[in-house]
Design a protein around this ligand. Structure first.
Ligand code: HEC
Ligand code: HEC
Length: 214
């Protein structure tokens, strides 16, 4: 499993390099003006929370605080190219220039608010076990192998620590209907079997566990 994971990560990194190369080629080369960036950030925070901590509105709004910039940028591109289908974030992202995407993605790394909280606490021990050891009998690898022992992620692998519970549950339950759409294979394929092999109660346990990680 270890060897397989490392190979998948390498594939992910290679894909990411290919995607960023295409993105920058299309850039007009005009740097984002500071004022423009500030206004955009304020807009992001009306949904994602004043300090990027996430929010539970009519839809769960994911935490962006402390998120890996490479991951944020990759996901904004996926929304724009409709590899990840979400009408709200398509509308938000498709007007942004490539240099603005990079500037926005970088901003959130420095924010460190407390987790949003509110997840049920009944199966935190089960969630911790799944996170640290996986479920070998169900072909589920340890989440920590890729997302890191503290759930902070790296590069295109997202931070899960402190993520809004309802958002994580929704992503893992609906993986294949939202991500990896269209014909291009992207980094979302790495998570598809894992999301598929978790039962609903296992998803809820691991989502609750990571939601409390700081
Ligand atoms: C109108 C509300 C709204 C606004 C404004 C908004 N977002 Fe979002 N954003 C959402 C929702 C809802 C989701 C979850 C989408 C889903 O379920 O896939 C999301 C998802 C994301 C994700 C994916 C996060 C992850 O963990 O995969 C990123 C990145 C993101 N938004 C960045 C931004 C940025 C940057 C801005 C400002 C330019 C912004 N958003 C503005 C509502 C919003
Ligand atoms: C082989 C590496 C790997 C393993 C193991 C792994 N993940 Fe992931 N995970 C990824 C990658 C890469 C992404 C980004 C997918 C994309 O680009 O859409 C991701 C994305 C996610 C997301 C979406 C986060 C967001 O902000 O939208 C969740 C939730 C997630 N993983 C949970 C888990 C859980 C829970 C486990 C363990 C049961 C796990 N992952 C195991 C590589 C991995």
């Amino acid at each position: 499993m270890k060897v397989l994971s490392v190979r998948l990560i390498l594939q992910a990194v290679i894909l990411a390099v290919v995607f960023s190369a295409t993105g920058h080629a299309a850039d007009s080369g005009v740097p984002a003006r500071q004022g423009g960036l500030e206004a955009k950030l304020e807009y992001c925070k009306t949904c994602h929370g004043l300090s990027g901590q996430g929010y539970l509105g009519y839809f769960p709004m994911p935490r962006l605080a402390g998120q890996q910039p490479e991951y944020i940028e990759a996901q904004l591109r996926a929304f724009i190219e409709r590899r990840r289908t979400n009408p709200i974030m398509f509308n938000v992202a498709h007007v942004l220039s490539p240099s603005m995407l990079t500037a926005l993605a970088t901003h959130f790394r420095g924010l460190n608010p407390k987790p949003f909280g509110g997840a049920p606490r009944g199966s935190l021990a089960e969630g911790k076990k799944i996170f640290e050891e996986g479920l070998p009998e169900a072909n589920v690898p340890a989440c920590s192998a890729c997302h890191g022992t503290e759930g902070k992620g790296q590069n295109e692998i997202p931070r899960l620590a402190g993520q809004v519970y309802a958002y994580t549950v929704g992503q893992l339950r609906g993986w294949k209907t939202e991500r990896g759409q269209g014909s291009a294979v992207d980094t979302s394929a790495i998570m598809a079997p894992t999301a598929h092999n978790l039962t609903r109660s296992q998803v809820e346990a691991v989502a609750a566990y990571v939601s409390y990680l700081q």
